[in-house]
Design a protein around this ligand. Structure first.
Ligand code: HEC
Ligand code: HEC
Length: 303
């Protein structure tokens, strides 16, 4: 029990003498609590804090009344204003989807010439196509279609198959070497060939991009005999069998001597996944137009 008349029990008083200590700097008495030489001043609780607490409490009461606030089993209090951000979000999403579906459906026709000539439609669709490409294709082909080891560049106008939207859509729909409906593209192994011949061929092919494909050397004859059926005369590329051009700078695996020797020894069979079933026809057509637009800036080599 505290005895109001006992000065030793007053806050800040010395428990033995009853004398209050006074802080010489501020003039306040102290509570008597001492933390290693730092003593606590006996001051009032700041009013600002009390007002802040009162105001936040009042605000929360008003918010409870006006806005959705308290859970009630499976329901909740709606609040007098009847706001519901969940419903708003769902409605907003529905509107967006309906808007997107409105123009996306037009791509299902696959009438590429008409679609491409509609500048307003393309302007609206291309950002969505870029997102679709990012989500589904960029992991292999790179975010800008720049390709990577084993994955062809899509942005350079040099094609394995063809750069028309129709052919690109077909590639996306059924893939390459992915299933029975896919395009088939296989570089056979030439492991049966004499090593010396393979080395001569590798030197010849490695020099093709620099235009040094001499036609009257034995390697040129070897190429004409073994490779030109697929890769075209002089290595110009064979769009019917998905055989890459060997004369341009665009390479899938690499066109240095060592990589070519590995390609010749073991063959190559790259897999491009099929997207029918995973993407809608409209999305596939949209992507086909997007992919062809990637190379539009480098159109000089389009085949
Ligand atoms: C798992 C990796 C992978 C993914 C994902 C992928 N591709 Fe491919 N794609 C390849 C490979 C590998 C090839 C080359 C196949 C070959 O070697 O013949 C290819 C080839 C292509 C070609 C043929 C290019 C030409 O020159 O004719 C197109 C077009 C293409 N992909 C578009 C796409 C699009 C669009 C997507 C996204 C919907 C996509 N790819 C997703 C791996 C992938
Ligand atoms: C049956 C058709 C066929 C024949 C014959 C063929 N190739 Fe190929 N070659 C391909 C195909 C298809 C590819 C692409 C494989 C892939 O993408 O997975 C390819 C890929 C290559 C590549 C890799 C190119 C790159 O961009 O990285 C080189 C190099 C190559 N062939 C060289 C040759 C040489 C040299 C010969 C002759 C000895 C030859 N090929 C014969 C179909 C053929």
């Amino acid at each position: 029990m505290t005895d109001q008349n006992d000065p030793r029990q007053l806050p800040g008083a010395d428990p033995h003498t009853g004398n209050r200590k006074v802080d010489p700097v501020t003039g306040y008495s102290t509570t008597g609590h001492d933390w290693g030489g730092i003593s606590e001043l006996n001051t009032a609780f700041p009013k600002l804090v009390i007002w802040a607490l009162v105001l936040t409490f009042l605000y929360s009461v008003i918010a409870w009344i006006l806005l959705p606030a308290w859970p009630l089993g499976r329901d909740y209090t709606r609040g007098l204003l009847g706001l519901d951000q969940g419903v708003e979000a769902v409605e907003g999403f529905r509107e967006l989807t309906a808007e997107r579906q409105g123009w996306l459906d037009r791509f299902a026709t696959g009438d590429f010439a008409t679609l491409q000539s509609d500048a307003a439609l393309m302007g609206r669709a291309m950002p969505a196509a870029a997102r679709l490409f990012d989500d589904n294709c960029a992991a292999c082909h790179g975010t800008t279609g720049q390709g990577g080891p084993g994955f062809p560049v899509l942005a350079d106008g040099s094609w394995l198959w063809s750069g028309t939207p129709e052919e690109v859509a077909l590639t996306i729909r059924h893939g390459i070497n992915a299933n029975d409906d896919s395009r088939i593209a296989e570089m056979p192994a030439f492991d049966w060939m004499e090593r010396a011949d393979r080395e001569a061929l590798a030197d010849y092919v490695a020099a093709l991009p620099e235009g040094r494909g001499d036609t009257d050397i034995p390697a040129a004859a070897l190429f004409a005999e073994n490779c030109a059926a697929c890769h075209g005369e002089g290595g110009a590329g064979g769009l019917e069998v998905g055989a890459p051009s060997l004369t341009d700078a665009s390479v899938i695996y690499g066109q240095d001597r060592d990589t070519i020797l590995r390609t010749l020894a073991a063959g190559r069979i790259g897999v491009m996944p099929a997207w029918s079933g995973r993407l809608s026809e409209a999305e596939i057509n949209l992507l086909a137009l997007y992919v062809t637009s990637l190379s539009a800036g480098n159109a000089e080599t389009v085949q």
